[in-house]
Design a protein around this ligand. Structure first.
Ligand code: SAM
Length: 280
């Protein structure tokens, strides 16, 4: 890479509070020849707060692949490019990865300007041991796919962190409750903003609290699986799982539904097998 080439700066921006604008973010955006962003009107507002006039190009999920080539051409021609998303850290449940990949493949310099992210912000005030955690991004919109995603996480012992949209949070909480059982969880709403809110309780309590009044941006954290001492470890094959659920006191119907979701098998097949083994 030669000096005549520009640098791609991947710049994190506030998740709601303009007081979180950093000196480095301001300097990087002011110095860039062009700023690639998701929604130009949204980023224009942020820039006008910082008194920065800049050339903006739109780079959204839908055009990120094509824009990656255009931005690399600009970088090769010596322009410095700053990449931002609407809020938070680019590339984290946001566009950014395709442009970074293309720039790296062309041997160009890629530098992060670290800053806010809803994920780290929520974990920082969750008071949980997050030595390790699972980040699921946005759960699938389709209920059956979402339940399968959750079922695959059921035995993870670490906090499970999700982004969720207000119009889907109730459905997501209902599925969490069905798949994980009534575990402790937390919802962080409008972090760093004027109407910031923190809800903590069992999944059923959060569901009751948010029913019909879910607004704003949210991070959901569900506590990980806590194996009860002395409890027999959950097996992972059909027959043993059926017997394990029977030992746990589940009903045959609940067991069949849960196992079908866990093993991704047709419910009728699991039910037939459970019928054979249940009273054996
Ligand atoms: N790249 C961003 C980041 O670093 O956090 C995330 C972008 S993702 C498209 C947007 C989601 O992040 C929202 O739907 C919400 O789940 C979460 N989020 C963003 N800002 C938030 C805030 N101020 N409070 C709570 N959640 C927020």
């Amino acid at each position: 890479m030669t000096k005549e080439h520009g640098t791609l700066h991947v710049v994190a921006t506030p998740i709601g509070n303009l007081g979180d604008v950093s000196q480095r973010m301001r300097e990087t955006l002011a110095a860039a020849d062009v700023i690639a962003c998701e929604d130009t009107r949204h980023t224009r507002k942020l820039l006008s707060h910082m008194n920065i006039r800049a050339k903006l190009v739109s780079c959204r999920r839908e055009n990120e692949q094509e824009q990656a080539a255009t931005l690399v051409a600009r970088l090769l021609a010596g322009e410095d490019v700053a990449f931002v998303s609407d809020a938070g850290t680019p590339g984290l449940s946001d566009p950014g990865a395709a442009v970074v990949r293309a720039a790296r493949a062309a041997g160009l310099s890629v530098l992060p300007v670290a800053g806010p992210s809803a994920l780290a912000t929520a974990l920082s005030v969750a008071g949980l041991d997050s030595t390790s955690f699972y980040f699921g991004g946005f759960p699938a919109a389709k209920p059956s796919t979402r339940r399968k995603q959750f079922a695959a996480l059921k035995l993870l012992p670490c906090p499970l962190v999700f982004y969720e949209a207000p119009h889907r949070i109730e459905a997501a909480l209902e599925d969490c409750l069905e798949v994980f059982g009534d575990r402790p969880a937390q919802v962080f709403r409008e972090l760093t903003k004027l109407h910031e809110e923190h809800l903590s309780g069992l999944l059923s309590e959060l569901l009751a609290a948010l029913r019909g009044r879910a607004k704003g941006e949210m991070v959901l954290i569900v506590t990980g699986c806590e194996p009860a001492t002395g409890e027999k470890e959950k097996p992972d094959n059909l027959d043993e799982l059926i017997l394990w659920h029977r030992e746990q006191g589940s009903s045959l119907k609940d067991a069949a539904r849960q196992i079908a979701a866990d093993l991704d098998l047709p419910k009728s097949q699991v039910y037939q097998q459970a019928l054979k083994l249940w009273s054996a």
